[in-house]
Design a protein around this ligand. Structure first.
Ligand code: XMP
Length: 599
């Protein structure tokens, strides 16, 4: 079913394409992300095409284009932001750098409520704008459907063909009726009802049975997270549990009691895992490594080595056994899956050795087309216990990406005096370590500013955090220190290594935090909450813990979560009771500019 009526989202960079694709699937239409450089014939098999936004300007040399003849395709095409500008320019309109750059809410006024995509929209509706360029002249045969105060051509359509351009972003929830517009597009393409989890399950079972013919079996590394557990259950359902061997490599960077809990949960649905304790090897190789991409490569390689050792010892020869992985859709794109998705990080399922096996057809990734919320839905259908499904996502490399072994760096000298949102009571320090972020859709590795606890008002903290990361390029993250109203001491740096002693400290801290989230019943309000161990405390030989709760839907973008201050006080107090923890910090950074993990 998915193959005959699908919608394509062409990726022009940034993180927009994903969000659009996941929204369209939620509306029941199967969607795939394509690059802008496919041969024309590749676009022809889709019943509708959406051109995403992106960071370029259409008049930049080297701006991403589309193949000749693209706009002659007979299917409905919707250009969003950059996609809109590209469509206008390609068809003979004019695009210039806007006098007023527009970022934020705008009111869209519909002038033609009868167009295919404006049906059922209110005549005035709030939309989200984010653009520096604008269309100033329409191509021939295009007409205005709606405008906003600052944008005359906010929504346009061809008078006879099914070509539409919109300057705002219907995919973000700030565009209040964006979903109606996208639904109109799906209906116009005739793609409604082509995607649901039960369709996916049926199809995937058949396709796995073909991909893994009788005589071949699958060997799968289960990490403990929802993704690999669901991948394991799906493979077992498709092939029978005797043909799927699950192995959990205990890396030494799992959460407290994780291995036991996972065994119990899988046991409940009738499966057993083999456990392979490789912690000593992981500790030895990771040691003092701090460079995020190197850590990821080491983890990826060691996983593979462990797999090699396990397959030999379990007698699983390469001829009869394929390797299964619980890779999900965003993982492949964030590792540079299409040309314009800059490499933000190397996912551990996408290290070079794995890439080579993929090319040889030796890898099976049964959920590689799914987004996180779809994986959860599938887990439910496959009978995974609800408490396990609801677990916050946990990255494959585990606590490795939450232990910052960064050497001591000299904080840059930055003048914060000119900040407009800084109040008299606020103090700003800089941590002597670096963390990963994503700025302008590129990976960054920069310093973190620490604010004192100068206010109970999250809005004030938020504004200051946003102003700092927007105006100080050396800073990609801002945290505050709950309970510290004035910085009267220097931060102390204490070397941290990726070993058992330090991962035990983080395991304890993480377990305390998670227990409180359940006790206080806020676990479900938070999408994910990394607890990060950093080599900075307020005394010699002690460490800091950063709390990083976020709200998100697909992890492509995220907002920091605003926790009830009483709960935060309880977490802070209990963490400071750990003998080696002397500082608790709370991350105030949205994504972008900060990634969710510190790495
Ligand atoms: P960032 O830090 O890039 O993370 O904002 C986005 C989401 O991805 C998770 N993550 C990973 N998941 N393997 C995984 O399975 C990985 O290597 C990996 N790295 C990050 C992260 O926890 C967050 O949910």
């Amino acid at each position: 079913m998915k193959s005959d009526k699908k919608i394509a989202v062409v990726d022009f960079g940034g993180q927009y394409a994903h969000l659009i694709a996941s929204r369209i699937r939620r509306l029941g239409a199967y969607t795939e992300i394509l690059s802008n450089e496919e041969p024309l014939s590749n676009y022809e098999s889709y019943v509708g095409i959406i051109l995403s936004g992106g960071p370029s300007s259409v008049y930049d040399p080297g701006a991403p284009l589309l193949p000749n003849g693209f706009f002659d395709l007979s299917v409905p095409i919707l250009g969003i932001c950059y996609g809109h500008q590209l469509m206008m320019k390609s068809l003979g309109g004019e695009v210039v750098s806007a006098k007023t750059k527009e970022y934020g809410p705008a009111i869209l006024e519909i002038e033609n409520p009868k167009s295919d995509l404006s049906r059922s929209l209110s005549l005035k509706t709030k939309v989200w704008m984010s653009h520096g360029d604008e269309v100033v002249r329409l191509p021939k045969d295009f007409a205005v459907v709606a405008k906003s105060d600052n944008c005359e051509y906010a929504f346009v359509s061809h008078t006879s063909r099914k070509l539409f351009g919109i300057q705002f972003h219907p995919e973000v929830t700030h565009s209040e009726e964006g979903e109606i517009l996208l639904k109109n597009f799906v209906e116009l393409c005739g793609a409604s009802g082509t995607w649901s989890i039960s369709h996916f399950l049926e199809e995937q079972i058949q396709s796995l049975q073909k991909k893994v013919p009788t005589g071949k079996n699958v060997f799968l590394l289960v990490s403990g997270g929802v993704d690999s557990s669901v991948a394991y259950l799906l493979l077992a359902k498709a092939l029978g549990k005797d043909r799927v061997k699950g192995l959990l490599v205990d890396t030494g960077f799992m959460r407290k009691n994780e291995v036991k809990d996972l065994m119990d949960n899988l046991h409940q649905v009738g499966f057993d895992l083999t456990i392979w304790d490789e912690s000593a090897v992981f500790y030895k190789h990771l040691g003092s490594e701090f460079e995020p991409e190197k850590k990821r490569r080491i983890v990826g390689d060691l996983f593979l080595e462990a797999q090699g050792k396990a397959t030999t010892s379990l007698g699983l020869d390469a001829e009869h056994w394929l390797l299964g992985q619980g890779t999900i859709y965003p993982d492949t794109i964030e590792s540079g899956g299409t040309k314009h998705s800059h490499k933000i990080k190397t996912h551990h399922n996408r290290v070079p050795q794995i890439e080579a096996l993929i090319r040889e057809g030796k890898i099976v990734e049964p959920i590689a087309d799914l987004y996180k919320d779809e994986v959860r839905e599938l887990g439910r259908v496959l009978g995974l216990p609800e408490r396990w499904i609801e677990r916050h996502p946990f990255p494959g490399p585990g606590l490795v990406v939450r232990m910052i072994a960064s050497p001591k760096t000299n904080p840059p000298k930055i003048d914060f005096a000119n900040l407009t949102t800084k109040s008299l009571k606020s103090e700003i320090q800089i941590l002597p370590i670096l963390s990963v972020g994503v700025q302008g859709d590129q990976r960054s590795y920069a310093h973190c500013a620490v604010l004192n606890d100068f206010t109970d008002d999250w809005k004030e903290l938020d504004q200051l955090s946003v102003e700092i990361t927007n105006t100080k390029k050396e800073i990609n993250r801002v945290v505050f220190a709950p309970g510290i109203t004035h910085f009267d001491r220097e931060f102390c740096y204490t070397k941290l290594t990726l070993d058992k002693e330090h991962s035990d400290i983080l395991r304890d801290a993480d377990a305390i935090v998670n227990q409180i989230l359940y006790d206080e019943k806020i676990h479900k309000d938070i999408w994910q909450m990394p607890v990060v161990l950093v080599p900075v405390g307020l005394r010699e030989n002690s460490y800091g813990v950063v709390l990083r709760p976020v709200e998100s839907t697909e992890a492509m973008t995220a907002n920091f979560y605003q926790m009830h201050r009483n709960i935060l006080a309880r977490i802070t107090k209990e963490l400071l009771e750990l003998p080696t923890i002397s500082l608790v910090m709370y991350d105030l950074t949205h994504k972008p500019p900060g990634t969710i993990e510190w790495e």
